[in-house]
Design a protein around this ligand. Structure first.
Ligand code: NAP
Length: 321
């Protein structure tokens, strides 16, 4: 079979397509014919070694959707021909999904409902599970609460807007102007340009004076901002940053409102099948769609890695082997 592999850590050009043996599933694994593998920033961190050096040669690709073609000896609940999707696959310990076939432990995949699109599901894993964990598990988001999603056009952002809307929260998000109409259609009640000078005032006005829950993917830009727009008891969930030294200029703004900060990694999810089943349900009931901005074949994996870090798109990039 064909698989994208890196033989050393480095920039996107270290990714190459190799002919390799089709992997054999372990007792608790499925062999999946990959239909789609989402492209995520974290795939580039495994590639360049900045997240966690991996043993090479290594196939990236944390997300996957496809058809089960073989089941390990101890597998129950899955059969050949099942449609599945999942995440947490190419995480350093496991080879990833940028390949024609991948082996997947059964605790990282769930069945995909008939109505759900296989390619969308292949791009859903990291972003939808992260948004779900952040808003449902960590922020305990409730109906009618004001929820601010920074960067709503991104992979995580556009899933978070829809999940917050599915919870019946009042969704405020930020994005470049070109995505505002799309984000309103996905469920945002208020969409604001993240570049505007009076962003904090605009958020406060949209949220009747304070936001109840915030999903922040750029803590170095927004840690203080979050405290400034928070309502008393606001839950801020931090998932990322551009530089690893976010700080407050006035932490009193957070203390005076008992702001609750929770930083998270999707890879710590106790049981990935719980949010994956939730995501499957929302996809089946048309409450969550994954916007597919661009698709790539295996040979285009280096370009996909450059694009996921440098290009502005609505939603997700996906590799179709
Ligand atoms: N902790 C976790 O478990 C976890 C899980 C998933 C992702 N992450 C991290 O979360 C971040 C986002 O991931 P992603 O997959 O959603 O990436 P993505 O698809 O590239 O989205 C990033 C978004 O940020 C927007 N943005 C750029 N500048 C901004 C600004 N100044 N203010 C607000 N938004 C801005 C971009 O908009 P433009 O297109 O207009 O530039 C884009 O929509 C990454 O750092 C990723 O590593 C963490």
């Amino acid at each position: 079979m064909r698989a994208v592999r890196l033989h050393e850590h480095g920039d996107a050009d270290v990714l190459q397509v190799d002919d390799v043996d089709r992997p054999e599933p372990d007792a608790d694994e499925l062999l999946v014919e990959v239909a789609a593998a989402g492209v995520n920033p974290v795939d580039t961190y495994f590639r360049d070694g900045s997240y966690e050096p991996v043993d090479v040669p290594f196939t990236p690709g944390v997300d996957l959707a496809g058809i089960v073609t073989e089941t390990g000896d101890d597998v129950e609940g899955f059969d050949e021909g099942d449609r599945v999707f999942g995440t947490g696959i190419g995480n350093g310990s496991f080879q990833g999904a940028y390949a024609e076939y991948a082996t997947v432990p059964t605790d990282r995949v769930v069945s995909l409902p008939d109505d759900a699109d296989l390619t969308e599901a292949g791009a859903a894993g990291v972003v939808a599970v992260t948004a779900w964990r952040a808003l449902v598990a960590h922020a305990d988001l409730e109906p009618a609460e004001y929820c601010l999603v920074h960067g709503g056009s991104g992979g995580v952002g556009h899933a978070a807007v829809q999940i917050a809307d599915a919870v019946s929260a009042r969704v405020i998000t930020t994005a470049a102007e070109e995505y505002h109409d799309d984000l309103e259609a996905l469920g945002a009640g208020t969409v604001l340009d993240y570049a505007r000078d009076d962003l904090a005032d605009a958020v406060l006005e949209a949220a009747d004076g304070g936001v109840d829950a915030i999903l922040d993917h750029r803590l170095d830009d927004y840690l203080q901002f979050d405290a400034d727009v928070a309502a008393t008891g606001c839950r801020v969930v931090g998932i990322g940053e551009n530089s690893p030294d976010p700080g407050f200029t006035n932490d009193g703004a957070a203390r005076s409102k008992d702001v609750n900060y929770q930083f998270m990694s999707m890879f710590n999810t106790p049981d990935l099948r719980v949010p994956l089943r939730g995501v499957a349900y929302l996809m089946e009931s048309d409450e969550l769609s994954i916007e597919l901005a661009r698709t790539y074949d295996l040979e285009e994996a280096p370009q996909a890695h450059r694009d996921v870090m440098n290009e502005s798109v609505l939603g997700k990039l996906v590799i179709e082997p």
